[in-house]
Ligand binder design. Structure first.
Ligand SMILES: Nc1ncnc2c1ncn2[C@@H]1O[C@H](COP(=O)(O)OP(=O)(O)OP(=O)(O)O)[C@@H](O)[C@H]1O
Ligand SMILES: [Mg+2]
Length: 271
């Protein structure tokens, strides 16, 4: 089954069409493509697609089509009427939206664990483990901090820990590594690889404009351009031979970024 199945998703403002019939599948954990990347230039419609998958209201916009998460329709269904198995969790472009400003980070991560039946002590300990796993070591100091007392990158990692603490069919990660340095970014990508996409784990929809990061983490990639899906491919196939213009320009940009680094050659050999 699919963790998410999007069909004919159309979003329009009063002035213009923003998404024009998006079709997108992410298979459930354990199946090929359970970690799928959605890539595309800025403004191509990635975050709007994510918002629809998360069942967020899009005030002022007209939304049509179908979005099924964990088998249940979420489009137009208020959150309280959705079955728990259809609630995707998110790591966003803007972590301040996901975290409560007045509640300590550790308590926020522990709360969904408590809701799953863990004792207060077990939930606290699991929350500390999750915070450490996302690279927020610092133990109690970080767990007891409020979001405003953390750096932007630390807040983004706290969001990731929160998303992983919530059980659900799907994690939607919208540019989850933008505020992070390269070393931390690698750690987050590794953590997502460990914790999503496997049997019994949530599937992952990973949104990025960075094809190199997408290829490290995901088996499949969906390319968006101007509110449409223009190509769906196995990552290595896209890198070897993109079939759409948008796919080609992403691959070219990725190659250019890679060639800006010194080539890896044995010591003493001049390339
Ligand atoms: N609430 C809104 N009202 C009107 N237009 C919107 C709204 N939200 C997004 N848009 C427009 O829809 C288009 C797609 O936006 P979206 O945020 O999905 O892009 P994106 O692919 O996530 O880009 P980025 O890589 O910069 O995050 C953009 O042209 C944007 O200006
Ligand atoms: Mg976006």
């Amino acid at each position: 089954m699919e963790a998410v199945r999007v069909r004919g998703l159309t979003v329009a403002s009063a002035e213009r069409a923003l998404l024009r019939g998006v079709d997108l599948d992410v298979p459930e954990g354990g199946l090929p493509g359970a970690r799928t990347a959605l890539v595309g230039a800025s403004g191509s419609g990635k975050s709007l697609t994510a918002a629809a998958v998360l069942g967020r209201g899009l005030p002022g916009l007209r939304v049509t089509g179908s979005v099924r998460v964990g088998g249940a329709e979420v489009l137009g269904v208020p959150p309280q009427r959705r079955p728990a198995a259809s609630r995707a969790s998110s790591v966003g472009q803007d972590p301040s939206r996901a975290l409560h400003p007045l509640v300590a980070v550790g308590a926020q991560v522990a709360s969904p664990l408590r809701a799953q039946g863990l004792s207060r002590r077990a939930a606290r300990s699991e929350a500390l483990d999750l915070l450490a796993a996302v690279g927020l070591a610092g133990g109690r100091a970080v767990a007891d901090a409020r979001p405003g007392e953390l750096s932007g990158g630390q807040r983004q990692r706290a969001c990731l820990a929160l998303a992983l603490a919530r059980p659900g069919p799907l994690v939607v990660a919208d540019e989850p590594t933008t505020a992070l340095d390269v070393v931390t970014q690698t750690g987050v990508v590794e953590l997502l690889r460990e914790r999503t996409g496997g049997p019994g784990q949530p599937a992952l929809l990973f949104i990025t404009h960075d094809l190199a990061v997408a290829a490290q983490l995901c088996q499949r990639v969906v390319v968006a351009a101007e509110g449409r899906v223009v190509e769906t491919a196995v990552c290595s196939h896209l890198l070897a031979g993109p079939s759409s213009a948008a796919g080609r320009s992403l691959v070219t940009a990725t190659r250019r970024a890679a060639s800006a680094l010194p080539p890896r050659t044995p010591a003493g050999v001049t390339p």
